[in-house]
Design a protein around this ligand. Sequence first.
Ligand SMILES: Cc1cc2nc3c(=O)[nH]c(=O)nc-3n(C[C@H](O)[C@H](O)[C@H](O)COP(=O)(O)OP(=O)(O)OC[C@H]3O[C@@H](n4cnc5c(N)ncnc54)[C@H](O)[C@@H]3O)c2cc1C
Length: 377
Amino acid sequence: MQRYATIVIGAGVAGAAAAAALARGGPVLLLEQHAFLHERGSSHGGSRIFRHAYEDARYVRLAQAADRRWQALERRSGERLLLRTGGLDLATKGAPELAAIEAALTAAGSPVERLGAGDVRRRYPAYALADEREALFSPDAGILAATRAVATLLRDAASEGAELRERTPVTELRLHDDGVEGLTPGDHFVAARLVVAAGAWTDRLLADLGVPLRIEQQQVLYLRVREPRLYVPARMPVFIDRQAGIYGFPVFERPHALKVSDHQGAPTVTLETRSFELGEARAADTARRAAALLPGVAPDVVEGQTCLYTKTPDEHFVLDRHPRHPHVAILAGFSGHGFKFGAVLGDVAAALLEGDDEAFDLRLFRLTGRQREARQR
Ligand SMILES: Cc1cc2nc3c(=O)[nH]c(=O)nc-3n(C[C@H](O)[C@H](O)[C@H](O)COP(=O)(O)OP(=O)(O)OC[C@H]3O[C@@H](n4cnc5c(N)ncnc54)[C@H](O)[C@@H]3O)c2cc1C
């Protein structure tokens, strides 16, 4: 039986960050059921949107904290992980969401600029924004190289002494008042503390959290670009169209195509029923709406990939201690927008395990007092 200070379950962006941060405080064991950097969960792929732009200043401040830590990780590793392209939040003129985002960014001290449709068309000709629409431009936004960021966090954890084990599923968890036991096929581990960062599998390990987690099968599409010179990172900010419900990137991980996706309308699945197939009709609809906004992009899907969201009813994360075991930290329910916070999630886990409730404002992410029903859009 092997003893550790902390066991971390899951090597997605949350677990990798936790292992890296906690390895500085004693022996850490990170257990991943699949191969590292696999494509069955939520953290794989060439890109994720990084932004400070949220309607709630508590998210803006957490994104600022993550920003500093992504930069520190880049300095430590020599890797370029975050490419700043700026970001556009698009909506109908006078949309309350834009006003809320602008207020939250300003309250938290992140720069933001309001642009009319004409400004957007002049400055970023990639976008054909209709006159009745407007945008917020945030210079801090950009592209996180997802899989490479997870690999860099895992390397960072290993360099701090963490023990990393892939293809080692935790099949049973025993939580005690003074520690935890993790059972895997053929092995038995004990530790004083535990971090559960198991993504869509969280409910399998911790069934009684009181916040329902729903799994959605999302898909991202790569659309062929007809005018590459307008769609390069230097000329096209990442975007979130809050009216059309689509978001996307300039040409980045594919030289001839850019990535778009649709935040809404994805099917709810289970870990058994999820597939790796694209929903063709939904893909065609997303591509059509993207091509309407981006005239130099053909609505032909050249490639696509599936990925899982683990949604809470209010779409706020679960960043909390287990209700009956304060030495167990839970990082879950990232609801399709958690990657950008990856670099700070390790320090969040450390603060939770140390009982330090001052380090981060986690009131939005607690298990208690949460909405039980999905929020109406
Ligand atoms: C299509 C798509 C687009 C997205 N776009 C963005 C974006 O632009 N910006 C953004 O910020 N976020 C975005 N997200 C969300 C973001 O990617 C996720 O919130 C984040 O990756 C969640 O990471 P995780 O570590 O919680 O989960 P995962 O990466 O799924 O990691 C959980 C890990 O736990 C392992 N595991 C589970 N059970 C066990 C067990 N019993 N034993 C051992 N290992 C176990 C799993 O195998 C898995 O590797 C997007 C997500 C998707 C799907």
